[in-house]
Ligand binder design. Sequence first.
Ligand code: ZN
Length: 269
Amino acid sequence: MRVFVISDMEGVAGIVKWEQTTGGEKLYEEGRVLYTEEINAAVRGARAGGATEIVVMDCHGAGKGWDFNSLLPELLDPHCEFVVQHEWTEYTGFLEEGCDAALFVGMHAMAGTGEGVLSHTVSGQAWHNLRFNGRVVGETGINAALCGHWGCPVLLVTGDRAVCREARELLGGGLTTVEVKQGLGQFSARQLVPAKARELIEEGARAALRDLSAVQPYDPGRPCEIEIDFTQPHRLQEYANRKGVEVTGPRTLVSRADDWWTAWTQFYF
Ligand SMILES: [Zn+2]
């Protein structure tokens, strides 16, 4: 069984401040340890659940050389391999080869979620709402659509209470979720201690792999329209002149194609 662990940093137990997720900050080094150990818990759980090949892909933009490179290699469980991407959603090789399940660890809620710890969508400075065929989604939706394009279901999402709810609403009741903290605001939370969070993530990963058909691979629909509301007009400029992209308002653009992956790549890269 081939399992893809896709991870972000903001949804990890113990992490509530940007300084814990931003490369170069003193608190970041603590954040990396917390992050890497939650990944290890998912890897242990996946192995116990029958995974024979596990690839981990960091999706957290920590800045500079830390972009998608926040995991601490020395601490990682040797039963996985890990991918460092240069651009987010760049690496699709493992999915293309055929993947049985994806597990999402350390996720955060979409932009504008009141009790979502460190909630945002792609870029807190530049992006506001993101819609796939009219439905507002966050990064769980992006990563799920990426997996779904190659027929891979998402079986586990871990993070705060808000992202667990968001993920179940998007992917259905068959999804296993592990809530490691409850947001009190964007930068405050009541949390499990890391050891407890890891125990639950390990068990959640193992349990989630029991039924590979519990969740259908996510497809936002065909044809697919991706619509982004940026925070300010100048933020859409870098995407405005790309093929298949139409500016529909001072802060809004739309990318249309026959399927989600084409609509995504023609504007995002
Ligand atoms: Zn992140």
